[in-house]
Design a binder for this molecule. Structure first.
Ligand code: ADP
Ligand code: MG
Length: 621
């Protein structure tokens, strides 16, 4: 209750003009939250200066020392005092804040850093006879002095926050701060694949220990980017990612998005860039999520590195002090581009699933000595006919995997169906091969030209039902089947109202519900494709789905989520025996169906092991 606070005097308070040092410290509060934010500003400056190599040295999590060395254009000696002055920048003239091509433009980083730490800038601009240096210590600017440096710029920031001890208390452990710095450097390294980066921990003095290094990328931009992403996110990411290259109404989207089966338990592998600037933008993250919604359960997160580029006037980067958020002039276009480009790429990927799944499985089998690094099994394969021909020529005598060994007396009681082992060469030529056996009433084992495929029949069928439901819905609405006697389902008043509010939408999906008084709902028709269903369970599932997805999601996504839920109810459960024809039909349908490489929860529906890999398991290769 401020009005009655006895500490507030009845006289009006005195208004003072703060001095420069105080102003800079306040500004620093926004720009420099922790060592990682200082590193971000300084590396961005190096990149803006056109550096080809950037070296970042850190001691004690950046608390005692941050040193950035670049080979960029340098700063003229006369300009050094200006560089550390507030609102002084070489990057814009202030006339057009919507025409920004550099990381920096606010002219705040260096004065802010100088206000809260001990900053030294040593630089030599191209053609200058010698280098010069300037120091800013807790806001006090020293004189420009001659210095020794062959070119580029070295910025040193010591004792960050010594001038604002309150800030020091908020810093985390050296390790945590170093981790945050590493994240910042990696994001910028992704944004600039043609620049070489080195990050070293120099806590112990001397050369220090290099904790991250990425060489300058060559080739076309996609090659350079792929190499850089391999370096930053690991080769597995790139090998399991789809190349994205799309455009819409002057906005361009490029980069790599991982297969749904390569999803993660949190959003740690999501990297978004707008006009080369790393951002954590809710709109873009939401769009990414929306694009994968169809393939991932809510606790899984897609992995992607995406670059959105547009004319600078179509996006405002001046809405966040650290420039981590942006505002699009037409947010709908940006969102739509991401969702449609990713969905398109995922559809093109067809039944391809993450190759690391097989890799991980195989890694678990491999005897200790052979483990080596994480192996990745590339599932991109030559065309089926080419492979079949190669197979016929090379390995006519390879043993059929599922040929039952006569003397096998092991625990095979649950090996349900061993099918005639005579190869059907045309079936093997298919990417998912010829079904050979059903194991444990759920796993279909198929033989391909050069390996084996194991299909999780429940997961695969669930996905196929889902894709079929979507197709049907798109073509003619989902066929409904009237119940002889309407089923009455008791819900809470609230739930009933929520469900009935969607009655029209549900009717297009073949589910016809009507109010039955109070919290009761009468189910008159159900989607024919589901056969006999437990209407109560279905309604409650749909309600959960509606509650979780909320209002913010697109209608279509909501419908698809409901369909996915329906598919789960309607698919073949594990435990059902299948005959050869039925299994082969499932494999062929998977090949023909987009997105069939993963189930509706983002798990793979099949894994493939190449013969060569199996041979390695047995030490034969
Ligand atoms: P901004 O980046 O927003 O312009 P800064 O305070 O970060 O503001 O930097 C002020 C100016 O100092 C920059 O505009 C640039 O001219 C110069 N500068 C800073 N760092 C470097 C660097 N590493 N190489 C060359 N010039 C630099
Ligand atoms: Mg800057």
């Amino acid at each position: 209750m401020r009005a009655t606070d006895p500490n507030i005097s009845p006289n009006p308070p005195v208004i003072r003009q703060l001095n420069e040092a105080a102003i800079n410290r306040i500004a620093a509060g926004e720009v420099v939250e922790r060592p990682a934010s200082a590193v971000k500003e300084l590396v961005e400056n190096a990149l803006d200066a056109g550096a080809r190599r950037v070296r970042i040295e850190i001691a004690d999590g950046g608390k005692t020392l941050i040193r950035i060395t670049d080979d960029g254009c340098g700063i003229a000696a006369d300009d050094l005092p200006l560089a550390v002055a507030r609102h002084a920048t070489s990057k814009i003239d202030g006339s057009d804040l919507l025409n920004i091509h550099s990381f920096g433009f606010r002219g705040e980083a260096l004065p802010s850093l100088g206000a809260v730490g001990r900053l030294t800038i040593t630089s030599r601009s191209a053609g200058a006879a010698e280098a010069a240096t300037i120091a800013v210590d807790g806001g006090r600017v020293g004189p420009v002095k001659p210095a020794a440096l062959s070119g580029g710029t070295v910025v040193e920031l010591r004792n960050l926050f010594f001038a604002t001890p309150a800030r020091l208390k908020f810093l985390r452990t050296d390790r945590a701060e170093m981790q945050a710095i590493t994240d910042v450097v990696k994001r910028l390294a992704m944004a600039e694949p043609r620049v070489a980066f080195t990050l070293a921990d120099v806590s112990g003095g001397g050369e220090g220990r290099v904790t991250f290094r990425a060489d300058a990328g060559s080739g076309d931009l996609f090659d350079a980017l792929a190499a850089r992403l391999s370096r930053v996110l690991g080769a597995e990411f790139v090998e399991n990612a789809l190349r994205i290259d799309a455009e819409r109404e002057g906005l361009a989207l490029s980069g790599f998005a991982a297969l749904p089966t390569y999803s993660r338990g949190s959003a740690v592998a999501q990297f978004l860039f707008v006009n080369g600037r790393p951002v954590r933008d809710k709109l873009l993250i939401g769009a990414l999520r929306g694009a994968y919604m169809d393939f991932l359960s809510r606790d899984r997160h897609p992995a992607a590195a995406l670059f959105l580029d547009c004319p600078p006037e179509r996006v405002d980067v001046n809405v966040h002090p650290a420039k981590a958020e942006v505002r699009f002039r037409e947010p709908g276009v940006a969102r739509g581009l991401i969702v449609s480009a990713l969905r398109h790429a995922l559809a093109e990927a067809g039944h391809r699933a993450s190759s690391t799944v097989a890799g991980a499985a195989l890694g678990a089998f491999r005897p200790e000595g052979q483990a080596g690094g994480a192996r990745v099994y590339q599932m991109d394969r030559p065309s089926a006919p080419a492979r079949a021909a190669a197979w016929a020529a090379q390995a006519p005598a390879a043993p059929g995997l599922a040929e039952p060994a006569a003397d096998w007396t092991g625990p095979s009681a649950r090996t349900e169906a061993i099918i005639d082992a005579a190869p059907a060469p045309d079936a093997e030529a298919h990417p998912l091969g010829a079904a050979r056996a059903q194991l444990h009433e759920n796993y279909i084992v198929a033989q391909t030209g050069d390996g084996i495929v194991i299909v999780d029949q429940h997961a695969a069928h669930e996905r196929l039902v889902y894709e079929r439901l979507k197709r049907e819905m798109a073509e003619r609405g989902v066929a409904a089947q009237a119940l002889l006697i309407p089923e009455i389902v008791e819900l809470s008043d609230d739930d009933a109202a929520r469900l009935l509010a969607r009655a029209d939408e549900l009717a297009t999906l073949g589910l016809v519900v009507e109010p039955f008084g109070g919290g009761a709902v009468a189910v008159r028709e159900t989607p024919a494709v589901l056969g006999e269903v437990d209407a109560g369970a279905l309604l409650r599932d749909i309600l959960d789905e509606l509650a979780d997805l909320g209002e913010s999601q697109a209608l279509r996504a909501r419908i698809e989520a409901v369909l996915s839920r329906m598919a789960c109810h309607g698919s073949v459960r594990s435990g059902r025996r299948m005959g050869a024809e039925e299994m082969n039909a499932l494999l062929r349908e998977m090949e023909a169906t987009p997105h069939s490489g993963q189930c509706n929860h983002g798990r793979p529906t099949y894994v493939e092991l190449k013969l060569a890999d199996i041979e390695k398991l047995f030490g034969r290769a």
